[in-house]
Design a protein around this ligand. Structure first.
Ligand code: URA
Length: 438
């Protein structure tokens, strides 16, 4: 063994601002995966990377090593092109739930491995699990079979996929090393590129409810993600989208599934559909099944008007063990015991709905988790939310709070009342789809 592969030498080199070799990065990732590096050594190198950064080549080597720390799904037998989208997370972001069936209905397979919510943004898996019986923990053979049958599968990270990320993310979470672009890039892309896709579209959000609130930092992250994934041979594009107010009118797991069903029936909120189409268009373009954005839009719209996307969603639910009757009868989704409207204190225009405050109100109701192991209540959350720019009468509902606990209801109501600002003139809404990168 060459002396440079000793953990302390690698840590010292990064600590002093050096550039790590691919072999050193591979030794670090191996150490995280097989336990041969102690947690304090892994954490020390994570902090050195946080403080000193990584070159694009180091970031690519880290991503590659983390991706190869487990199984890389081989979906080459699937003859359709395979595209996925990843969102850095936003409040009320239920786009994956209806976008995946829309894209699948257009002939592009969607192998999607998603996460659970942690902190203030909900996870796709939690939303899907609000569907009675829905299984997100398919084995890799079941995942492949589901993709072959219906052209889409939405599952959780298995123990076989990018295990190094699981270990390193848990350490980053408790060592203040999450907010580091090279580490975020390697974490996101190692998982996404292990799922067997051909192309990737990223929704990188900025604003009050986003993981990266600052737009310049979100753009920097988007550029780094696109550069690394493209260098690894996966055509990738990022869409920078605003996350100042929640996406759509619902925040909460079953409530968001019901809103996604509205989207699939052509009754989706305008902002949610704007982001959905922007991402879907790029997925079809990158997958090469259309030549123009207009053609992509036409196909995606047809998947809704012709009901094929709704059919794909129904097949997905049935294929993964869920109760497909929720598709035609969303009242079969979990319902909260208390459903109480919040009345507008005055007439006027909605000038702001603070995404972070709404998320915290939903968290208080039990819709999210403050700790990784916490249980969530699928039924609770906020529905019928007003949107910025809308005119409202005094006493009209600003939202409906869905709660299973009277104390949580009272606190969430007060939080929500503070989150919604009403004024005499319509508020300014910044462009939702801000920039295309890649
Ligand atoms: N999401 C991830 O999967 N990893 C990160 O590092 C940050 C967000």
């Amino acid at each position: 063994m060459s002396p440079t592969v000793f953990p302390q030498h690698i840590i010292a080199r990064k600590r002093d601002g050096g550039v790590l070799t691919t072999a050193e990065i591979q030794a670090f990732v191996r150490g995280a995966t097989d336990g041969s590096w102690a947690d304090y050594q892994l954490s020390a190198l994570l902090m050195a990377i946080f403080l000193r950064g990584m070159t694009p080549a180091e970031t690519a080597a880290l991503t590659e090593a983390m991706m190869r720390s487990g199984v890389v799904a081989d979906l080459s037998a699937l003859r359709r092109p395979k595209a996925d989208k990843h969102s850095t997370g936003g409040v009320g972001d239920k786009v994956s739930l209806h976008l995946a069936p829309m894209v699948a209905a257009c002939g592009v397979a969607v192998p999607m491995i998603s996460g659970r919510g942690l902190g203030h943004t909900g996870g796709t898996l939690d939303k899907l699990e609000s569907i009675p019986g829905f299984r997100v923990n398919l084995t890799l053979p079941e995942y492949r079979a589901q993709l072959e049958r219906d052209g889409l599968a939405l599952i959780g990270q298995t123990a076989e996929l990018a295990p190094a990320d699981k270990k390193l993310y848990a350490l980053r979470d408790v060592t203040a090393t999450v907010e580091c672009i090279p580490l975020i890039c390697a974490s996101i892309l190692s998982k996404k590129l292990a799922e067997g896709i051909d192309v990737l579209v990223l929704d990188v959000k900025f604003g009050r409810g986003a993981f990266m609130a600052d737009k310049a930092r979100a753009r920097e992250l988007a550029r780094a993600l696109v550069a690394v994934a493209t260098a690894m041979g996966k055509p990738t594009r990022a869409v920078l989208t605003a996350m100042e107010e929640p996406l759509g009118r619902a925040v909460g797991n079953a409530l968001e599934v019901a809103e996604s069903l509205d989207c699939l029936r052509g009754r989706g909120p305008a902002d949610t559909m704007e982001v959905t189409y922007a991402l879907g268009e790029q997925m079809l373009l990158l997958a090469g099944t259309v030549k123009t954005q207009a053609e992509a839009r036409r196909q995606l719209e047809a998947s809704i008007t012709q009901g094929t996307a709704l059919g794909k969603f129904r097949a997905l639910v049935a294929g993964q063990g869920g109760d497909p009757r929720i598709v035609d009868d969303p009242s079969r989704l979990p319902q909260a015991r208390l459903q109480v409207p919040l009345a507008a204190p005055r007439a006027g225009f909605v000038q702001g709905v603070d995404a972070m405050d709404v998320a915290l109100a939903a968290l208080r109701l039990g819709a999210g988790r403050a700790k990784a192991a916490a249980a969530i209540d699928p039924a609770v959350g906020v529905g019928g939310l007003v949107k910025v720019g809308e005119k409202i009468a005094a006493g009209a509902p600003l939202a409906v709070i869905h709660a299973n606990d009277a104390g949580a209801l009272a606190e969430a109501t007060a939080m929500l009342a503070r989150a919604i600002v009403i004024g005499d003139t319509p508020g300014m809404t910044p462009p939702l789809v801000d920039e295309l990168i890649g």
